[in-house]
Design a protein around this ligand. Sequence first.
Ligand code: GUN
Length: 300
Amino acid sequence: MSVKLIDGKQIAADVRQEVAERAKALAERTGRRPGLATVLVGEDPASQTYVRMKHKACEEAGIESFSIVMETTATQAEIEKEVDKLAADPRVHGILVQLPLPDHIDTEAVLARVPLEKDVDGFHPMNVGLLARRGCEPHFVPCTPWGCIVLLERSGVPISGKRAVVLGRSNIVGLPMALLLQERNATVTVVHSRTQNPEEIIREADILVAAIGKPEMVKKDMLKPGVAIIDVGINKVDDSSRPRGYRLVGDVDFEQAKEVAGWLTPVPGGVGPMTIAILLENTVKAAEKALQPALKTLLG
Ligand code: GUN
């Protein structure tokens, strides 16, 4: 069986195109553009890069973006005040607080301040709870795990009734990923740093989502033939043959996995491009909902 490579760049480009069309249609009907606000606290270079990429992507999709940048020394009250201002701003349909926040900040309290209907990151505790409860619909689902589901579904990977293994239990990826797969009727096991005999569990997976941050940890002999692998890991490893002195690898040994997997995402070019595409999609969805009354009036 030959592996099908899942082209995250192409699927993300398709999603972004769909988002741009929805944003344009909304603007034509209501005279209003969808708006996304980001809150960045501190000077972490990776966070700065992500936020810059998010603003550029908004521009390309016809989404207005607003940027709040605060010093590392900003207080809890100052950050919450900015979030409250964005919450009250009708031009802003989605609010994204870039994580991690500095250590002295109570992150959960900041995330809980974002109104549910503007929580395009899906990190509000109520949205997480709604995702966890059967029969409930969160307003929004976190972007990276939702992007992984889109990759699986658009690639035709069956989920219902399958055994899924999620490597990692982070709030941003592992936890919501496990909930989303379970909701789609997979039987889900979460493997984490304290799991005993992780290889045995991984070997049972029909679907493997790796989000553990360990370069090329998953090897060929740990995989069931035909497994669908979504590799969320983005790890830098030294490589003097590259101009930058490093290359990016996933949590899965790509060359080895290629020989046994049924589906496989590359790193880079797999999950990475999906996160921003889904953020844009969530923002347009937020705007469509917020502007629904205006649409109803216009369309009669
Ligand atoms: N930091 C790392 N990933 C994310 C994400 O998806 N959203 C936010 N807000 N911060 C992050």
